[in-house]
Every structure is written in C-alpha cells, then in structure tokens.
Design a protein around this ligand. Structure first.
Ligand SMILES: NC(=O)c1ccc[n+]([C@@H]2O[C@H](COP(=O)([O-])OP(=O)(O)OC[C@H]3O[C@@H](n4cnc5c(N)ncnc54)[C@H](O)[C@@H]3O)[C@@H](O)[C@H]2O)c1
Length: 381
C-alpha cells in the first residue's frame, strides 16, 4: 500500500525535525484536559482553540491565554494550521476527521475512531487518498499496564498467546446520564437515551490487540437486559435493549479474546485487561493490583507510569487515564513533526472499534457467529 504524503514520505522511523502548529477542536468535558500539554510541548510553536460554543471558547482562551480562536470546524479547516486535535462528540469523529484530512490537516480524534463499519472504510480510504497523518487517541494504549504487557510480549515472556480478557466497566450512575444529556444539548429528548455498549469498546479491545499484535476475526456475543431499564430501550435512536454486552472473539493469532462492555454493574469502574494468558507466562489485573505469573509462581508487579521518554515539559503532569494523556499528545506531535506513522494509526484504530459493531449485531442475533472485516496492516515504508 502506498501513502501519498504531501510534505514527506511517511515512515516508522520518521523524517525531518521541525515544529508544528495545532488547532484543538472541541472544548467540552474532555478536550480541555489536553490544552496544557499541547501548550507546553517544545515542538508546538502555535496553538489555536475551536468550539461551536462561544462560552467555552472564551473561557479556555482566557484561561490559557490563547488568542487564535475559531468558531467552527469549517472555519479552522480554512486556516493554515498543520494539524487538528478533534475531541468532539463521539458520533462526529469519523466525518470530521475525513473533512479535516481532505482540507489538508493532519488529524487526531478522541475515541472511538468511527461509529460504523462504513465509517471505518471511509477513514482508511481517506488516509490512503490524502496521505495525511491520522491518529486515534486511545488512552488505554498508553496505560502503564498495556506498556508493561507489550514489553513482556516483545521479550517473548508470554510464549504463544492463548486467551485475553479485557473490560470497560462504567456504571450509568457514574456521570454517564449527564454526559449524554450534555452532548445532545437542546436536542435532548427521550428518543436520545441509551447507547450501544459495544459501539464504545476501544478502551478494552486496545489491550489485547496492541499487546498480542493480533486482530479479531469473528465474534459471538450476548447482551444483558436490565430489568425495567429506563435508559437502554428499543424505542430510542439506538434501538438497543442491552446495558451490558459480552463478546467472545477469535483472533488472527489463533487465540481468543473476551470483551465485557458493562454499563449496569456494581463496581467502582475500570478500563483494564483482567488477564492475558500465554503458554509460558500470564498477566492478571484486578482491583487489588497486578500479577505476573509463570508455570511455577507469581510476583506482584506495579507497572510504571514513566514507561517511555517524554519531553521534560510534559513529565510534571502526565494527566488522566493512567497518565496516558501526555504520551498521547507527544505521540501525535512527534508523528506529525517527523512525518511518521503514529502507533495508533488508522489501521490500528479500526481494529479497536470494528469488532464492537459486529459484536452488537451478533448479540441482537442471540450469539450468531459473525465474521469481522479487517483493513489490513499499516503500510511498511
Ligand atoms: N478515555 C478516553 O479516551 C475518553 C474519556 C472521555 C471522553 N472521551 C471522548 O472525548 C470526546 C469528547 O467528549 P466530551 O465529554 O468532551 O464531549 P462534549 O460533548 O462535552 O464536548 C464536545 C465539544 O465539541 C464541540 N464541537 C462539536 N462539533 C464541533 C464543530 N463542528 N466545531 C467546533 N466544535 C465542535 C461541542 O460544541 C462541544 O463543546 C467524546 O467522543 C468521548 O468519547 C474519551
């Protein structure tokens, strides 16, 4: 596969060092958490802010003393900024990323990368056609536990992978009603309730897929219906009755993967790999901590938050989600700056979200085994 990069040739090793200009689109509940890191990154010489909401734009422009502002994605796409960081509502990511890449911007979006298999296809084809750099901001990729397991995998300590369990437990009572209502704003109504747990699986799927370097090939899934649920209902735009969905996937390396996306659960919440098992070694994580185990014993481990080099200016505050924020910022800035492929590139990103769309379909069909499409490996250049 050939990438038609405008300024340089995209490679894993990278190209010429320079510094870049960045525009941040989406200043809701999550986007502002990244402003400081972009502002302090030594390879960002210009930072702009953008939101449809004047009040949010004014608030963060003042707080961070940023003078360059735009009132819409359409406007900022006309600017001469190099790259856009898009942290808007999740169903907007793929079309907005396509629009931005087609206007000549390198793009980062928050998760999930897409909201359907068709959007996965559009994203991959847009990256191929435009040659722009695309990165997805999957926080789980840079969690200490994922980095620890990737290192163990690189050392061959797992042997052959056998099975992996990962989960995203987020009970509705932990802020999710407000997030949904806030996102729909004036359009809020009973029909907008609900959601589809498996349409947001990437915090879970990222662990096994990035550690095992394998992708899901088929799935059989089931759903749980919460008694008298007032939120997950079939008479909403999502037409989904399930508050919790669990999928058992076959993987390209012959292993299996179990993913639990639970939104009704008596649990404080977690985005974690609960176990990755190999023929020689295994890793388990629970609320009590992490364990590395072999055939003859086990040890308690504490994966380090400082698992990669970062610019000094970003090390004082790594940010939320296991300290992943600073790594996400650096990965995107460095990828654009060096014109290299980011690790959570478009081919990796669609492997995190596509399995969920198919899993939901399987759950609606009472566990029918369904094949999962794949868009191939990232190009070797
Ligand atoms: N761990 C994680 O990776 C994680 C955690 C939280 C949120 N998220 C993701 O982050 C995204 C944002 O979440 P949020 O809670 O901040 O959402 P939000 O609804 O609070 O904010 C989104 C903002 O985007 C702005 N926006 C939308 N379209 C725009 C356009 N065309 N031009 C300019 N601005 C536009 C809106 O006005 C709004 O202020 C979501 O997709 C969510 O899934 C990821």
């Amino acid at each position: 596969m050939h990438l038609n990069l405008r300024r340089n040739t995209l490679s894993r090793e990278g190209g010429t060092q320079m510094s870049i200009s960045v525009g941040m689109v989406g200043l809701g509940m999550f986007g502002p958490a990244f402003i400081q890191s972009y502002q302090s990154h030594p390879d960002v010489h210009r930072l702009a802010l953008c939101d449809l909401r004047e009040d949010r734009l004014a608030k963060y422009a003042k707080q961070f003393e940023i003078t360059e502002t735009y009132s819409s994605l359409d406007d900022i796409c006309k600017s001469d900024l190099d790259a856009l960081v898009i942290i808007t509502q999740h169903w907007m990511h793929a079309p907005q990323a396509v629009q931005a890449m087609e206007s000549g911007k390198h793009v980062y979006t928050a998760v999930p990368a897409a909201a359907s298999l068709d959007e996965c296809e559009a994203l991959v084809r847009t990256v191929e056609r435009t040659g722009m750099i695309y990165m997805n901001g999957e926080t789980s990729y840079f969690r200490p536990e994922t980095a620890f397991c990737r290192q163990k995998a690189a050392e061959g300590a797992f042997g052959e992978f056998v099975h992996c369990r990962a989960e995203y437990f987020h009970d509705m009572s932990h802020g999710l009603y407000d997030v949904a209502k806030n996102r729909w704003g004036a359009q809020w109504g009973r029909d907008k309730m609900g959601g589809i747990p498996m349409y947001y699986p990437t915090h879970s799927t990222c662990f096994p897929i990035s550690v095992m370097k394998a992708y899901a090939t088929s799935v059989s899934a089931q759903g749980y219906v919460y008694p008298n649920d007032d939120w997950f209902r079939t008479d909403t735009i999502h037409k989904n009755p399930f508050s919790n969905e669990v999928g058992l996937f076959t993987m390209s390396n012959g292993s299996t993967m179990q993913i639990c996306e639970f939104r009704r659960i008596g649990h404080p919440g977690s985005e974690r790999v609960s176990g990755i098992y190999g023929t020689e070694g295994s890793y388990e994580q629970s609320l009590a901590g992490s364990v590395w185990a072999g055939k003859h014993g086990r040890e308690i481990v504490e994966p380090s938050r400082s698992h990669e080099d970062l610019p000094e200016a970003l090390t004082a505050d790594l940010g939320g989600h296991g300290g992943s924020h600073a790594y996400l910022v650096h990965e995107f800035v460095d990828a654009v700056n060096r014109q290299r492929l980011p690790r959570v590139n478009v081919w990796e990103a669609v492997r995190y979200c596509a399995p969920g769309f198919v899993a939901h379909e399987s759950a609606l069909r009472d566990g029918e085994l369904l094949p999962i499409p794949d868009w191939g490996d990232a190009p070797e250049t």
